[in-house]
Design a protein around this ligand. Structure first.
Ligand code: PMP
Length: 456
């Protein structure tokens, strides 16, 4: 901490930080860190400490920090036209260009994009569009939504209800009706160790089908899922999972929403996770990687099938009663246009695939045999190391202390990882421009931090 830094006092006295122990923070007992600058995969804090950000902020700074192409595009847009709304048919050059660029990159069966500010509000929009659609189609009872335990879809009232993590429900009276949660496709934590990946996928699909039949298929509107579970522990799906789920959804005429807030625009080494896993979503939620977080912007990409119902809806009822002041904000849109160009120009999909695989291999080589490392997993530029107290039984701890301790040690050694909430897992989601040498540094220092945590 800098000596007599006025910012530290202002911070404690004025600022309510998200996902923070507020009382401890106000008392000066919690982490307090102010970040001043960034370049590539590194950030520099106010004390001048340079850190390798192996979580890309909150898995969002995909192109890395300090990209002048995006900064210049934002500045040019702010000077030319800082704001105009997108209500009643208005738009800006940047927002229209970005919509076209998104659709050019999205799966072929997608049709149009609605813009928001962040992932949470985009998921709120999606719920409204789905309810609107079923009202238009004359099936107003088809409104329930099924998401998964361990899913993360945001912090709003409805998006927080979709989220399947206790901390986002407890003390907020969530989840709200009509949101239900089914089995997480968490192969390492499968109920029976002898199950193959395919058998576990079939089990998850049959649990989903059971829930649909119990509730009544005519009442279930949609199923929500991240192609790879993110905040719930960075968990790629077992083999055959999405095909098995899709089959159940098709059977009961239930829409699939792919929440690609983390996986969209290259994190898995493919443009979209849907494409990566052969999913055919009716709506795709996008945010983070859309602008690499240079400005807040999100979107809901709707399929041709959903669009057909929405088109019919406004024909029958007039303009849609849904909008945010900052929908398609031109500064966010200008950032998005420059960012998507950079993702292409720098070949970041390819880099995410190759360097991400290199990171997981380096991690396995460095720490895979450790008695407290239960699982090393990931996909594209995602990597997770799950800690266990016993490799045989896969037992963890009542809290996630070892992961928290290891992440603190790692930070002291100059690398940012994340102790994932609700699991004993250290997560990594570096910028997609990470180099092989940086990946090796992350693995080597993680191994050191884990060994230090467990005493050997
Ligand atoms: N969906 C997913 C899959 C996410 O990971 C997140 C954020 N981590 C959100 C939705 C919510 O996005 P936001 O925080 O921008 O509201």
């Amino acid at each position: 901490m800098l000596k007599n830094d006025p910012l530290e006092q202002w911070d404690r006295d004025t600022f309510l930080h998200p996902s923070t122990h507020w009382a401890d923070f106000a008392r000066g007992k919690a982490v307090h860190r102010i970040i001043s600058s960034g370049e590539g995969s590194h950030i520099v804090d106010r004390e001048g400490k340079r850190l390798l950000d192996a979580f890309a902020g909150l898995y969002c700074v995909n192109v890395g920090y300090g990209r002048t192409e995006i900064a210049d595009a934002i500045a040019a847009q702010a000077k030319e036209l800082a704001y105009y709304h997108s209500y009643v048919g208005h738009g800006t050059e940047a927002s229209v260009t970005l919509a076209k660029m998104i659709l050019d990159r999205a799966p072929d069966h997608m049709s149009r994009v609605y813009f928001g500010l962040g992932g949470s509000d985009a998921n709120e929009t999606n719920i409204k569009l789905i309810w609107y659609m079923n009202n238009i189609l004359g099936r107003p009872e088809k409104k329930k939504i099924i998401s998964r335990w361990r899913g993360y879809h945001g912090s709003g009232l409805m998006s927080g209800s979709l989220t399947g993590l206790a901390a986002f429900h407890n003390a907020f009276d969530l989840p709200l009706v009509p949101i239900l949660h089914t089995e997480a496709p968490y192969y390492y934590r499968r109920p029976d160790v002898s199950m193959s990946e395919e058998a576990f996928s079939a089990y998850c699909a049959s649990e989903l089908e059971k829930m649909i039949l119990k509730e009544g298929p005519e009442t279930i509107a949609a199923f929500w899922g991240e192609p790879v579970l993110g905040t719930g522990g960075i968990v790629p799906p077992p083999k055959g999972y999405w095909a098995a789920i899709q089959e159940v959804l098709n059977k009961y005429d239930i829409l699939l929403v792919a929440d690609e807030v983390v996986t969209g625009f290259g994190r898995l080494g493919s443009m979209f996770g849907s494409e990566h896993y052969g999913m055919k979503p009716d709506i795709i939620t996008i945010a983070k990687g859309l602008t690499s977080a240079y400005a807040p912007l999100s979107g809901s990409i709707v399929s041709k099938k959903v669009w057909a119902a929405l088109e019919q809806g406004t024909d029958e009822m007039g303009p849609i009663g849904h909008g945010w002041t900052y929908s398609a904000h031109p500064i966010g849109a200008a950032a998005g246009v420059a960012n998507l160009k950079l993702v292409d120009d720098l070949g970041l999909l390819e880099n995410a695939a190759t360097v991400g695989a290199h990171l997981r291999k380096a991690m396995s080589d460095a720490i895979g045999d450790h008695p407290n490392v239960g699982d090393i997993r990931g996909e594209g530029m995602l990597c997770a190391v799950e800690l266990v107290s016993d490799r045989e039984t896969r037992a963890g701890w009542d809290d996630q202390k070892p992961a928290v301790t290891a992440v603190a040690r790692l930070l002291a050694d100059g690398v940012i990882g994340r102790a994932m909430p609700h699991s004993d897992t250290i997560g990594f989601a570096p910028p997609l421009c990470l180099t092989k040498a940086e990946a090796e540094e992350v693995a080597e220092k993680t191994a050191k931090a884990i060994k230090g945590t467990f005493g050997s």
